[in-house]
Design a protein around this ligand. Structure first.
Ligand code: PSU
Ligand code: MN
Length: 299
C-alpha cells in the first residue's frame, strides 16, 4: 500500500479504489495514461485519496505511483488481465497484471476500501445462452460489499440479462439522479431502475444501510453527461460491426471485452474512447465525493 493510502485508511479518510484493466486493456495508449491520471485527480477533487490497484512482479500494489502508472499504461509491457480467480496464481507466479472490477473489489474489500470507480461493469454477453460467457464481475459483486460507481454495464453486453442476474444475486442497483439504467456510451439503456438517489450523501447513506443487511455490492449507476454521450445511430452501427468482427475472428474468453471495445473505437474513429474517458473520470469524481461523505458519516 502506498503511504498515502495507508495513512488515509488509518485516519478513516475517504479512499477510492480504481481498477487498472481499463488502463492496460480497455483504452488505447496514450489516452490510457491520461485517463488514469485524470481519474486520480478527480478522486482528489472529491476530497478522497485514489488507490489504483495492480499486480507488479507478483506484488499487489494499492495506490500506484507515477512511474508505476506509466508502466501499467505502456503497451510494450504485457499486463495480464486479472479477475478475482487469477490474483493468487498471478502473485505466486510473480507476474505483472491489471485488475478487472472483480479483481479490484476483491483487493479493496480485504483492505477496508469501501468505494471504487470504473467505466462500465462486465456482465452477461449476448451469446451467453450458448457460450456461458458471463463476467466474473457479477460473482465478485455478490460477496465484496463495495459501492461501485459505473455508467452501467458495457453496451456490448446483454443488458437486460445482466440486470436480471444482478437481481438474482442480490446486488443493489441504484441510479444517480436517474431511474433509467445508463447504457455506458449512452445515457439511457432503455431499462428502468427501481431506485435512485439524488445526492452524494443520499448515496452514501443508502450504501451504509444496505451493508447492514447484505454482503453484496452496491452499484451506483451514473450516466455519462448529456453533452458527452455518443450519437445513438453511430453507437448502434459500431456495436453491430464490433460484434460481427469479434465473432468472425473467433475471439474467446478474456479477450472478448477488450476486442469489442477496440473494434468500437475503430468504427467510431476514436469517439467512443473520448466518451469512455469522460464517463470514467466523472465516475471517479463522484466516487471521491461519496467516499468522503461515507468517511464523515462513520467518524
Ligand atoms: N469498463 C471499461 N473498460 C474496461 C472494462 C470495463 O470502460 O476495460 C474492464 C473492467 O476491468 C471489467 C472487465 O471488470 O472489463 C470485464 O471483463 P470480462 O467481461 O472479461 O469479465
Ligand atoms: Mn468473459
Amino acid at each position: 500500500m502506498s503511504e498515502e493510502v495507508a495513512t488515509a485508511l488509518q485516519e478513516g479518510r475517504g479512499v477510492v479504489a480504481l481498477e487498472s484493466c481499463i488502463i492496460a486493456q480497455g483504452l488505447p495508449a496514450p489516452v490510457n495514461l491520461m485517463v488514469a491520471q485524470e481519474c486520480e485527480d478527480a478522486v482528489r477533487e472529491g476530497g478522497s485519496v485514489p488507490a489504483t490497484i495492480a499486480v507488479l512482479e507478483g506484488r499487489v500494489v494499492v495506490g500506484l505511483n507515477a512511474a508505476e502508472l506509466e508502466r501499467l499504461a505502456d503497451p510494450s509491457r504485457p499486463m495480464v488481465k486479472l479477475s478475482s480467480r487469477d490474483l493468487g496464481v498471478a502473485i505466486a507466479a510473480g507476474i505483472d497484471g491489471a485488475t478487472t472490477v472483480a479483481g479490484t473489489v476483491s483487493v479493496a474489500k480485504r483492505l477496508g476500501i469501501d468505494v471504487m470507480a470504473t467505466g462500465g461493469l462486465g456482465g452477461v454477453h449476448r451469446d451467453a445462452s450458448v457460450t456461458y460467457d458471463e463476467s466474473a464481475d457479477l460473482v465478485a459483486l455478490t460477496y465484496n460489499s463495495v459501492l461501485v460507481v459505473a455508467s452501467g454495464v458495457k453496451s456490448i453486453l446483454n443488458i437486460e440479462a445482466t440486470l436480471e442476474r444482478l437481481d438474482t444475486l442480490g446486488v443493489a442497483v441504484v441510479g444517480y439522479k436517474t431511474r433509467q439504467f445508463p447504457g455506458f456510451y449512452l445515457r439511457d439503456s432503455g431499462f428502468e431502475l427501481d431506485w435512485s438517489v439524488e445526492s452524494v450523501d443520499e448515496a452514501a447513506d443508502a450504501f451504509a444501510r444496505h451493508r447492514e443487511f447484505s454482503i453484496t455490492s452496491f452499484i451506483l449507476a451514473n450516466p455519462v453527461a448529456a453533452h458527452h454521450e455518443l450519437d445513438r445511430q453511430l453507437h448502434d452501427e459500431a456495436l453491430e460491426s464490433a460484434l460481427r468482427k469479434t465473432h468472425m475472428a473467433g475471439v474467446k474468453g478474456k479477450a472478448v471485452s477488450p476486442t469489442l471495445l477496440a473494434e468500437f473505437a475503430n468504427h467510431t474513429g476514436g469517439v467512443s474512447v473520448q466518451v469512455n474517458r469522460d464517463l470514467v473520470v466523472a465516475n471517479a469524481a463522484l466516487a471521491g465525493a461519496i467516499a468522503s461523505s461515507l468517511a464523515r458519516s462513520l467518524a
